[in-house]
Design a protein around this ligand. Structure first.
Ligand code: APR
Length: 146
């Protein structure tokens, strides 16, 4: 599934983040940046990376949505500042950090869509979702964006 925000394509695919032919991949890291499990373990074994730390879910009233949106926006800003054209994201915070999938998908796509609509040199932002269920949640969220 695809959408267009400003002049940037947003693409949703099911797959392994570390196997994408993009300029940079964004990692769902922890504050130590030393590697962990999940997507972080796979990324540390793979290549050039933007490390971002998503929020740990604590029920939803601790600013989690704003922290998650910021993780996406700051990663995009860094990719742009480096002159990159394509960047791939995992579903940040929806594994070990426990963020509810449907809410994370809405927040992620709203943040990325808003950032790109303000004008971006990026050609493609790809979300690489590990499971069919994750892909379906992100497809629903993309389809429902105004
Ligand atoms: N490619 C794409 N997605 C993946 C991959 C992969 N190779 N491996 C795991 N995922 C998915 C998971 O299915 C989940 O939906 O990435 C999503 C994020 O899950 P986590 O990797 O657990 O990340 P997060 O919830 O942000 O927690 C971060 O986990 O590994 C530790 O060091 C990391 O402490 C940090 C915490």
């Amino acid at each position: 599934m695809e959408g267009t925000f400003g002049s940037t394509r947003v693409v949703l695919v099911q797959g392994d983040l570390t196997q994408q032919a993009v300029d940079a991949i964004v990692n769902a890291a922890n504050p130590s940046l030393l590697g962990g499990g999940g997507v972080d373990g796979a990324v540390h074994r793979a290549g050039f990376v933007i490390h971002t730390v998503g929020p740990v879910w604590r029920g939803g009233d601790r600013g989690e949505a704003e922290v998650l949106a910021s993780a996406y926006r700051e990663s995009l800003a860094l990719a742009e500042a480096r002159g990159l054209r394509t960047v791939a994201f995992p579903s940040i915070s929806t594994g070990a950090y426990g963020y509810p999938l449907e809410e994370a998908a809405d927040t992620a796509l709203t943040a990325v869509g808003g950032f790109l609509r303000a004008g971006s040199g990026l050609e493609e932002v790809r979300f690489v979702l590990f499971s069919e269920g994750h892909l379906a949640a992100y497809e629903r969220a993309l389809g429902e964006l105004p």
